[in-house]
Design a protein around this ligand. Structure first.
Ligand code: F6P
Length: 366
């Protein structure tokens, strides 16, 4: 398959959605049709579309007007791993490998290559397809910004704006009521959203997975602010934050997901503790999926468009098994195998953490 001339490509969005997916789809379709004279087929609901033959022809009209729209017109799911597809057998859940079935379907549909837009779970599946000989190119998506092979994933900037706006709003009500406001944000095992939004939104405490916290330190920070006349405090906590020597708070396990652990709930734990130890009235807001919704920011629209256009170019240059990425100000590409090796997490020694601490933000570590 890898030596074939490319005439028809497929595109799919996998994993949790992120603002900017539609902008990538639009760029892929437009670049493929206008620049390379290709045909494009969109697979629906992530890898489920490949397994169940749910596909539609994408023409220019099909992507008209979608640039500012959140979500994905193709649909997505963070279940349906083709290499470990859940079925019910004799009343029990069993897992089967559907990848050969997909390979022959694609052959039949005369799809020569696939653009897979996803986070580390979907890109790991892309890597496995590439290892089976399917020409693929990956596009890095996630609000968590935790892919190590790119400086930024699209979706992160929009999530950041949502979280920062939430902090601005929490500030006014916190100040009026002399309360502590805790905002729990997403990010899985990385603290990028909490760190960036916390700094941009003027938080007093930021708690992230990479810097385990000690409750007493968090409480001391808030009590000291009160003693200095600041009668309110703002705490941003990443869903993956954990106390020193403790564990992350798991909300649920989704068995048939490529990434079954769903974090969440640490905000309430921290809120209760703060109320107890500071005696200050505390409220908790869990921002949740609001961070994944809405219209992408101009930054994300631009990045998504560059990624989409470049993904098709990379395919046409015969660079299969690659993921497009941003390095500095340039769009480049890296082997997917490299891209999914390690998660990109916050370095406690980074200049961003230094700046946050320098302006007085506490991380609960000291
Ligand atoms: O990876 C993106 C993300 O939104 C994480 O920040 C969050 O932990 C997870 O997905 C939530 O997944 P679900 O779509 O299953 O609620």
């Amino acid at each position: 398959m890898a030596d074939k001339q490319i005439k028809r490509i497929g595109v799919l969005t996998g994993g949790g959605d992120a603002p900017g997916l539609n902008a990538v789809i639009r760029a892929v379709v437009k670049t493929a049709i206008k620049k390379y004279n290709l045909e494009v087929v969109g697979f629906l609901d992530g890898f489920g579309g490949l397994i169940n033959n749910m596909a539609k022809r994408m023409d220019l009209a099909s992507v008209s007007g979608i640039l500012p729209r959140g979500g994905t017109i193709l649909g997505t799911t963070n279940r349906d791993n083709p290499f470990r597809y859940a079925i019910m057998k004799d009343g029990e859940r069993a897992y089967v490998d559907m990848s050969d079935h997909i390979m022959s379907n694609l052959e039949e549909m005369q799809i020569d290559a696939l653009v897979i837009i996803g986070g580390d779970g979907s890109l790991s599946i892309a890597r496995e397809f590439w290892q089976k000989g399917l020409p693929v190119v990956g596009v890095p998506k996630t609000i968590d910004n935790d892919l190590s092979a790119t400086d930024v994933t699209f979706g992160f900037d929009t999530a950041l704006v949502t979280a920062t706006e939430a902090l601005d709003k929490l500030h006014t009500t916190a100040e009026s009521h002399h309360r502590v406001m805790v905002l729990e944000v997403m990010g899985r095992y990385a603290g990028w959203i909490a760190l960036h939004a916390g700094i941009a939104g003027g938080a007093d405490v930021i708690l992230i997975p990479e810097i385990p916290f000690i409750f007493e330190n968090v409480c001391r920070k808030i009590t000291n602010r009160k003693l200095n006349g600041k009668k309110f405090s703002i705490v941003v906590v990443a869903e993956g934050a954990k106390p020193l020597g403790g564990e992350m708070v798991i909300q649920k396990i989704i068995e048939d997901s490529a990434d079954p652990i769903r974090l969440g709930g640490v905000g309430n734990l921290i809120g209760d503790e703060i109320e107890k130890c500071t005696g200050m009235e505390t409220r908790v807001t869990i921002l949740g999926h609001l961070q994944r919704g809405g219209s992408p920011t101009p930054f994300d629209r631009l990045l998504a468009t560059r990624y989409g256009a470049h993904a098709v170019r990379v395919l046409m240059e015969g660079k299969f098994g690659y993921m497009v990425c941003l390095h500095g100000t340039n769009i480049e590409s890296v082997p997917i195998v490299e891209a999914v090796k390690v998660l990109r997490t916050v370095s406690p020694d980074s200049d961003i953490v230094f700046a946050a601490k320098a302006v007085g933000i506490g991380f609960g570590d000291e």
